[in-house]
Design a protein around this ligand. Structure first.
Ligand SMILES: Nc1ncnc2c1ncn2[C@@H]1O[C@H](COP(=O)(O)OP(=O)(O)OP(=O)(O)O)[C@@H](O)[C@H]1O
Length: 299
């Protein structure tokens, strides 16, 4: 049984189709990402699956059950980190987490462990409203995970985090997934989706434009490889004549050679002793997004 089955899901606000006939399934144990710019419909889709909103039309099965009308039996089995986290007033980080733990009948020890795991042990006695944006975000993630749910939803979990905290959270989410938990996240970040997710749905204007593994999405693009030469090549015209080379551009970082046959280009560079300091760049999810929507990705 899939962890999530969504079919023909739509959510309309007046004329706006926030979610427009979306269908997908998430397998048990999968790390699934929904990637898209602001207003794409990611949060709305997630909130319908979580049972927080009633869709205009369509079907959702969450762990085999319907999340709407509010299904209390699902709540201990799922963890939901909301974008705008609502903490209890005037409680410290530790008290917040202990309160969530007790709501789920989880011992306080687990709450303290989670403070450690999200790097907030030294902020245990700080009131939630005095935490920085990134610290508050980590606390909200700990609150979503404290009862050890089998399926976790995270809405832009790394949005306010600095690079170090972001990497730490990636490690934490990977280890959760490695231990068999299903993880569903929304993100603006291409690198995050590429690094973490087994499969990614690229969403824009309420629709899932493409859904596949990150590598298949990039492969499907059949995009040329860019090779940046740090050192000058004496005869630029000769590089342009190498089989497969589509274009040669001068850029601040060096000469950028775009080729559909990188092997031939690399062999040519080797023959001309010009391999030192080169950078080889394949297509990324960013190129996939550009190809699908015809516009640059703007988070
Ligand atoms: N309650 C609502 N009433 C009217 N329009 C809404 C409502 N909630 C969301 N929308 C609209 O639906 C669209 C999708 O919003 P949603 O929050 O799902 O996007 P998102 O992909 O999560 O964006 P972000 O990355 O900014 O969080 C947006 O145009 C938004 O303005």
């Amino acid at each position: 049984m899939p962890a999530i089955e969504v079919s023909g899901l739509s959510m309309h606000y007046g004329d706006l189709r926030a979610v427009d006939d979306v269908s997908f399934t998430v397998a048990e144990g999968e790390f699934f990402g929904i990637l898209g710019p602001n207003g794409a419909g990611k949060t709305t889709t997630l909130e319908i699956i979580e049972g927080l909103r009633r869709p205009t039309s369509g079907e959702v099965r969450l762990l085999g059950e319907s999340p709407w009308p509010r299904n209390a039996s699902l709540l201990p089995r799922i963890g939901v980190q909301l974008q705008a986290s609502a903490f209890f007033e005037r409680l410290t980080a530790r008290e917040q987490l202990h309160t969530f733990a007790s709501l789920y009948g989880v011992p306080g020890r687990a709450a303290d462990e989670w403070l450690e795991r999200v790097g907030l042990a030294d902020k245990a006695d700080t009131r939630a409203e005095q935490l920085s944006g990134g610290q508050a975000q980590r606390l909200s993630i700990a609150c979503a995970l404290v009862h050890d749910p089998e399926l976790v939803f995270l809405d832009e979990p790394t949005a306010a985090l600095d690079p170090q905290a972001r990497r730490n959270l990636w490690d934490l989410l990977s280890s959760l997934n490695d231990s068999g938990r299903t993880v569903v996240l929304t993100t603006h970040y291409m690198d995050e989706a590429e690094t973490l997710c087994d499969r990614v749905g690229i969403m824009d204007s309420g629709r899932i434009l493409r859904l596949d593994t990150p590598s298949a999405l990039v492969r499907g693009l059949d995009a040329p490889t860019r090779v940046v030469l740090a050192h000058r090549v004496d005869d630029v015209a000769e590089v342009a004549d190498v089989p497969g080379v589509e274009r040669v551009d001068e850029a601040p970082e060096g000469l950028v050679v775009t080729s559909s046959q990188p092997a031939a280009l690399l062999a040519w560079l080797a023959r001309h002793e010009a391999l030192e300091g080169i950078q080889v760049r394949g297509a990324t999810l960013e190129d996939v997004f550009l190809d699908l929507t015809g516009r640059e990705y703007r988070a």
